[in-house]
Ligand binder design. Sequence first.
Ligand code: BJW
Ligand code: ZN
Length: 238
Amino acid sequence: MADLEQACEWLAQATSVAVLTGAGISAESGIPTFRGADGLWKQYKAEELATPEAFAKDPKLVWEWYNWRRGIIAKAAPNPAHKALVQLEIRKPAFTLITQNVDGLHDLAGSGKILRIHGDIWRLRCTVCGANWPNRKTPLPKIPPHCACGGLARPGVVWFGEPLPDGMMKEAEHAAAAAQVFLVVGTSANVYPAASLVPFAKQAGAKVIEINPDETQMSSLVDCVLRGPAGELLPKLV
Ligand code: BJW
Ligand code: ZN
């Protein structure tokens, strides 16, 4: 419990906080993580489907995966970890939530400003004219979906090899650099540039606290590790 007490003290004293979340924060809402035992869909790994090359080769297959995930996410509700971050945002004068998740559960919980660095599964984008629009239909009536212009539509997310949304990484780095406490919640920290925010925050002087039941790429670098599920630990911390 000493680690939790130390983390509580740092967080209580901080006026500027930034948080990086990953799939693990939504695990207790019933959404599979990418690299966990439940991360496989059919025989495919996320790395084989979340790429522009996979989509170019077989848009129907990639859309079937997204359709399956959209179905799971549509039935999911925010858990105590999402809700704790809303409370933290209310209490801190400077607070930035950076999420790698595309599920929209932070929005549903009531978080205010969210940097969705990997996009939004509830938006579609035309591969021909670039139009993008919200779409919450589950299941989608026709796969793959198309734009009004006739062009093929894709999920409004960021795939491997694609740049993050314009200016978003700069904004995330700015928040990480200004943070006195940087929380890293439910991410394996395998995927860049998101993972680079952890050493970035640390080098800028933040106390970095990791919440995760398992060891990650960043565990050896952080100032404090809280081992356990976010839905239990975040409410205690906040
Ligand atoms: C719990 C829990 C509980 C479980 N409570 N925790 C530098 C070095 C090496 C490679 C690169 C590099 N820079 C860039 C790259 C390449 C690449 C990359 O990172 N590759 C790696 C595999 C090495 N990165 C990119 O390509 C990025 N783009 C880019 O760099 O562009 C440059 C560019 C510039 C200009 C022009 C062109 C290009 C883009 C990365 C996009 C990632 N996209 C995905 C899919 C999003 C859409 C979708 O959802 O379908 O994002 S992949 C997938 O991984 C998804 C996630 O957001 C992301 C991270 O996963 P996350 O969240 O960490 O999940 P898991 O499953 O890995 O971990 C879950 C964790 O939860 C575990 O630790 C559990 O223990 C824990 N957990 N239960 C708390 N109850
Ligand atoms: Zn179009």
